[in-house]
Design a protein around this ligand. Structure first.
Ligand code: SAM
Length: 249
């Protein structure tokens, strides 16, 4: 059946590509790549010679219609991004939306995603989390965004670039508080994989003191907003305890 396949690729360790991903990339008629040259290296590493076409932020809307026409002519297509899962802070949303509206099947393959991989080893609560992509690059917008998230009880996950990491950590300490638990996962699945953990103030200090921590690819995670023990006890329970304590000898 003619389909658009959404195919994750490794975020560092080439061994993380799945057998099914390789099979699909081999068998489709066309691979839509965020960057054909970048993905060309990965594909030739695995001996895949499938025809490639570019689909990136700047041409995605125009390209989506052309891809629907390819599906209409009976061709199956795979979408890949430079690394990880397409659509996750990567192009593909408009394409998937357009292809679905045109009535064609969209088949997702599971695979590498930096946010989920980092969260799984962070030690932060993973029952509820909010993926926030990249924080804004402008300081005022960055602070405003953090102000909106300040009282969110879920674990917060951000992508960050190495040249902005110090500014973002400082903003997190300023808005979410010096004491907020932070985990910085760097170069996940790669040779220099590092997890820095501590309060926001401690992680800022570690990163400022070591230039090596300002290199590579980074996922930043923050513990969600937590009420103090006192605030967390419901008022009715406090009242009951008070009554009980009055009755006790
Ligand atoms: N689609 C990708 C995914 O599924 O994770 C994310 C693409 S986004 C353009 C790139 C960002 O993901 C990087 O700036 C970094 O924040 C994060 N990232 C990607 N690979 C990573 C890695 N190996 N270690 C830590 N963060 C990574």
């Amino acid at each position: 059946m003619v389909s658009l396949y959404i195919v994750p690729t490794p975020i560092g360790n080439l061994g993380d590509i799945s057998a099914r991903a390789l099979e699909v990339l081999q068998q489709v008629d066309l691979i839509a790549c965020e960057d054909t040259r970048h993905s060309g290296k990965l594909l030739s590493h695995f001996g895949i010679e499938t025809r490639k076409t570019a689909l990136h932020d700047h041409n995605e809307r125009d390209r989506a219609q052309w891809i629907v026409e390819q599906l209409a002519s009976g061709k199956s297509i795979a979408l890949i991004s430079d690394a990880g899962t397409p659509l996750i802070s990567d192009p593909g949303y408009h394409l998937v939306n357009h292809v679905r509206q045109a009535g064609y099947r969209v088949v997702p393959l599971p695979g590498a995603c930096a946010a989920i991989t980092a969260l799984s080893a962070s030690g932060l609560p993973s029952d509820r989390f909010s993926f926030e992509g990249f924080l804004p690059s402008k300081e005022k917008a960055r602070i405003d965004k953090l102000e909106m998230l300040k009282e969110d009880p879920r674990t917060l996950i951000f992508y960050e670039s190495p040249h902005r990491i110090v500014y973002s950590l400082r903003a997190i300490a300023q808005v979410l508080g010096d004491d907020r638990q932070v985990v910085m996962a760097r170069e996940v699945t790669k040779t220099f994989e590092t997890f820095l953990t501590g309060t926001a103030a401690e992680v800022v200090a570690m990163v400022e003191a070591d230039d090596n921590q300002q290199k590579g690819e980074i996922v930043l995670m923050c513990h969600g907003f937590a009420l103090s023990d006192e605030e967390a006890i419901p008022a009715v329970a406090v009242a009951t305890l008070k009554l009980l304590s009055e009755e006790l000898p």
